[in-house]
Design a protein around this ligand. Sequence first.
Ligand SMILES: C[S@@+](CC[C@H](N)C(=O)[O-])C[C@H]1O[C@@H](n2cnc3c(N)ncnc32)[C@H](O)[C@@H]1O
Length: 491
Amino acid sequence: MNRIALSDPEFATVASLLHDAAGLSFDDSRRDSLGFCIAERMSATQVSEVSTYLAMLTGPDGGRERQALLDEVTIPETHFFRNPPQIRALRKYVMPELLRQAADSKRLRVWSAGCSTGEEAYTIAILIRELLPPSVDWDIKVIASDVSTRALTAGRLAHYGERAFVMTDPLDLGRWFVMDTTTGSWVVRDEVRELVEFRHHNLVTDPPPFDEDEVDLILCRNVTIYFDRETTRRLMKRLHSRLRDGGYLFLGHAETLWQISDDFTLVPLGDAFVYRRLDETEEKTGDERRWVLPDRRTENEPRPTRADRRRGDADRRGRPAGPVEIPKLPRLVTPAMPVTPPPAPVPVAPTRDPLDAVRSAIAEGRYDEAADVAAEVVAATPLWAQAHYLQGVALTNLGRDADALVVLRKTVYLDPEHGFAHFLLGGALERMGEPIAAARSYRAAANTLGRRKLDGVAPELGGRSVSELAALCMQFASRAETDFRPAGGIA
Ligand SMILES: C[S@@+](CC[C@H](N)C(=O)[O-])C[C@H]1O[C@@H](n2cnc3c(N)ncnc32)[C@H](O)[C@@H]1O
């Protein structure tokens, strides 16, 4: 049995069940994929009629089958060292900082929420082991949780094939894994495994497996993609309550808290943007929270007073309106951490848009020049989404997908409604062999472009109209999902 064509009521029944069971949200575009999963389960349970299967699924004894269907529909796609900008941020800033802060208590708590087959949790454990050898006496736990029992079984086994290492440096592979010559798979070394504990946990229906204010770092990446807004909002409240003040939250590149939660502070760390619980910012407005930069002062440095903050506001109000607000940078002094000089404030020329030169260079095919000029504008105005985007356009045209990926991700973090950036991101991800992530970006592009009222044109994308691009994106998303379909499920 390959796929079942679900009728409207059948589709509605299963979609509603999966929503209640795990927060998964299915729209009509994923009806085919759901039909495929139902067919798999009907074959496994030797049931030939959809109605019989649904009766079993929804009946009082259907718990085991509901779990089996969840195992089928959830997508386990993950890799070691996934999302290189975030890994760099973890390695360079977050882990050293967290360990330094925990120097007295010698206690560290990390939660890989929606860990799939464990690569994310083991990656974090590796980053910890890079700094703390097994000989030190620390109380460290990386809790890896997921709703899929199938994924958890694979995680506990800790044997991985080549596909899991597409983003792994060979040096890391050699250092932290051993080859099992009988199966040809790589096995995570014990010193890394011992830090990770797998738990079955449903992020939507179960209470969090931590006390309040307990966790130093939460990774909940590529999990909320198929949750609806309300489910994600409730989850973020719970994650916030479990993080300690100063703790970090990492989401996937296509996930954002924009219009979901104002509880976190968006923090640029190197190439990545991550969220942080910073209680001292609670008096600030939503906008300020989004742009506030990491506070890297030493313990002894004075915290800014309310008056300091008000002065900061006045400074900003006094500036002529630019493309984006430049945050008032905190003083960056922490001896143990690499310090980047604060970007110079942008001289805002009222008559000339600094990106005009980039647009002209792109229009005339001078992509090298466009990329260089855009990089200069980005250096001066790091929070200007459009500058990152045009840099992404230039890099894409130069065939530099990996570099384009980095700047386009920044664009959509800064401006989640930037449909053109989601579109280019989809293309770069697809070419780099990430079909599921590509499909997400294409869908995000279709959704955001679809919300635009005016049917504008993007000259830098070959003059395509917005509605044309939105339609293309839906097609590309289905194509990318179909390419991946034989290897996995849906969410
Ligand atoms: C695409 S994987 C992401 C894995 C990893 N976080 C990463 O980014 O590489 C998404 C995972 O979220 C899990 N998931 C989906 N809904 C969930 C829920 N309600 N509770 C817990 N896990 C869930 C799925 O089972 C799947 O393993």
